[in-house]
Design a binder for this molecule. Structure first.
Ligand SMILES: Nc1ncnc2c1ncn2[C@@H]1O[C@H](COP(=O)(O)OP(=O)(O)OP(=O)(O)O)[C@@H](O)[C@H]1O
Ligand SMILES: Nc1nc2c(c(=O)[nH]1)N=C(CO)CN2
Length: 178
């Protein structure tokens, strides 16, 4: 998908330190300023996956304007920096995590920006909110996101993301699914 050709990229945002909702809202504002936000999912509360013992996350998915992988990464990093994110341990707690999940059929093997995100297909905290904003979504290389969700939820002991009544601004950029 070329930036000039329209379309969108899928971005996952998460926070489990401090005012989690405020960090997610800040991320939406930043992403709107850089890439344009087309849609925001409901906010979910999710148990941490991997890493040390830590608090639950708030997670959501944002559809933004399509762009080159390097521009998507720059926008993600700018949003994280605005939240004063500090990296400590892998998969450890963070004020804000911004992951680029996919941009149409684009593939990138640059370690700084892998597309699609190599762990997206195994993460309910990504796939469940993504389905809310794009029910027919398909993850390049993995197929329909609805099938991924069904498969992940069928694993015994899996905790489903809990949908909250919290909401995010929709962004100011007109898009196909607002
Ligand atoms: N699709 C992507 N989205 C965001 N960062 C990526 C992507 N592909 C590679 N990276 C790189 O991954 C590195 C580590 O990112 P980060 O610390 O946010 O990982 P994480 O969110 O803790 O874990 P995970 O990669 O499993 O989501 C960053 O330096 C970034 O450049
Ligand atoms: N529930 C949840 N767990 C995670 C998350 C996240 O956003 N939510 N992000 C991670 C690294 O990207 C690792 N684990």
């Amino acid at each position: 998908m070329s930036p000039a050709g329209g379309g969108h990229a899928v971005v996952a945002i998460g926070s489990n330190i401090g005012d989690r909702l405020a960090f997610l809202r800040g991320a939406v504002a930043q992403l709107d300023a850089t890439l344009g936000v087309h849609a925001t999912s409901p906010v979910y509360e999710t148990e941490p996956v991997g890493g040390p013992d830590q608090d639950d996350y708030l997670n959501a998915v944002v559809l933004v304007g399509a762009a080159e992988p390097a521009s998507l990464l720059a926008a993600a990093r700018a949003a994280e920096e605005a939240a004063a994110r500090v990296r400590t341990v892998r998969w450890g707690p963070r004020t804000l995590d911004v992951d680029i999940i996919a941009c149409g059929d684009t593939r990138s093997d640059d370690p700084d920006i892998l597309l699609p995100h190599p762990r997206a297909h195994e993460r309910l905290f990504v796939c469940v909110p993504w389905l809310d904003v794009e029910p027919q979504a398909s993850l390049v290389g993995h197929g329909p996101v609805a099938d991924l969700v069904a498969r992940l939820l069928a694993v015994p002991g899996t905790a489903a993301p809990r949908r909250t009544a919290l909401d995010l601004p929709a962004g100011n950029t007109p898009g196909p699914r607002r």
